[in-house]
Design a protein around this ligand. Structure first.
Ligand code: HMG
Ligand code: MG
Length: 295
């Protein structure tokens, strides 16, 4: 089995932190993650800096990332304004995002679901004109902090629209970490009748401790792209109660235990999270990190 790990800590992780890290520290973390073996790195977002001040340095950060042709750098772009900021930079690919629930979509990107489709379609179109690939994110797939349960048919409709626009993959977000393995089986069971597993990814927040179990179920169902965050950082400032993503350390430990080769050095990853935790002034939640005693 081959598993693609998308490290989202510099974006999803830092966007929810009270402490704003300097660009230089973010660059150091990126370098350490790459030296630990991470190859797919979501580094920042070209969103409005007033909405996410933690990532206001997007242009500066991406202009000084390590040059490494083996690494794919990705950034979130909410609209063409964001893409126009990102296109001249060394970012390799982009991600558009929207929510399966109206209220979260509105709170997060200030538009209704129907108003969002043409905005994202323009982004994907413009990115493709520049030869760039775009991933799509659907948030609140397993539940919304404002509306509760979200229907699978709504999620499926949004996936369909995103694929029609031309995204190469849709990452299914458990934004507030409410999913359980049974729920993941139900939702994925439905979606996999419509979309091939290779075009779906899992993005599990670990608010209630089910992130790893959910990722395991997704793997068993054939999903081989999983998002995770060093140390288990993460959360969406516009989704109250959202805690960190599934920790990359915990996911790597599970995969190595299953005999899946990831190319990622767990000790080096833990060292990176310890470094980041010191900068943020807190202990990061990854379980594997708690047990790490140093090299
Ligand atoms: P808006 O206020 O509706 O924007 O915000 P607008 O289009 O009306 O424009 C208003 C002003 O903002 C204009 O400037 C624009 O130029 C400017 P003015 O003419 O007034 O001077 N503007 C921008 N400036 C810089 N960069 C831009 C940009 N766009 C417009 N890209 C907007 C709409 C989408 C911009 C705003 O709501 C926003 O930035 N939201 C981002 C929220 C966010 O980043 N949330 C977290 C990421 S999603 C997530 O974490 C979930 C995920 O992890 C999956 C999961 O867990 O479920 C992906
Ligand atoms: Mg997220």
């Amino acid at each position: 089995m081959k598993v693609k790990i998308v490290e989202v800590g510099l974006r999803d992780g830092l966007q929810n932190e009270r402490t704003i890290l300097s660009t230089a520290y973010k660059q150091q973390i990126a370098g350490k993650l790459i030296r630990a073996g991470i190859r797919h790195l979501e580094v920042t977002s070209f969103v409005h800096p007033r909405w996410i001040p933690q990532l206001a340095d997007a242009e500066q950060l991406v202009s000084q990332l390590p040059v490494n042709t083996a690494v794919t750098y990705r950034a979130l772009v909410p609209n063409c304004k964001g893409l126009e900021r990102a296109l001249p930079t060394p970012v390799n690919e982009f991600a558009v995002f929207m929510s399966a629930s109206e209220t979260h979509n509105l709170k997060n990107i200030n538009k209704s679901i129907n108003e969002t489709f043409p905005v994202l379609a323009d982004v994907v179109n413009l990115a493709q004109q520049h030869g760039k690939k775009v991933r799509g994110y659907v948030s609140t797939v397993f539940g919304c902090p404002y509306e509760g349960k979200v229907s699978v048919s709504r999620v499926s409709m949004i996936c369909e629209k995103l694929f029609e626009m031309g995204v190469y993959e849709v990452s299914l977000g458990d934004t507030i970490g409410v999913a359980t393995p049974a729920g993941v089986k139900e939702v994925l069971g439905d979606l996999l009748t419509q979309f091939p597993a290779e075009r779906l990814a899992g993005h599990f927040h670990d608010t209630r401790g089910t992130g790893l179990a959910n990722a395991f179920v997704a793997l068993e169902m054939g999903i081989s792209t999983l998002d995770s965050s060093f140390g288990g950082l993460g959360g969406c400032p516009y989704a109250p109660g959202a805690a960190g993503n599934l920790a990359t350390e915990d996911l790597i430990y599970l995969l190595h235990g299953m005999g899946v080769e990831t190319g990622i050095d767990l000790d080096a990853l833990c060292e990176t999270s310890l470094f980041a935790g010191k900068l943020l002034g807190k202990k990061l939640p990854s379980k594997v990190l708690q047990s790490y005693v140093g090299v």
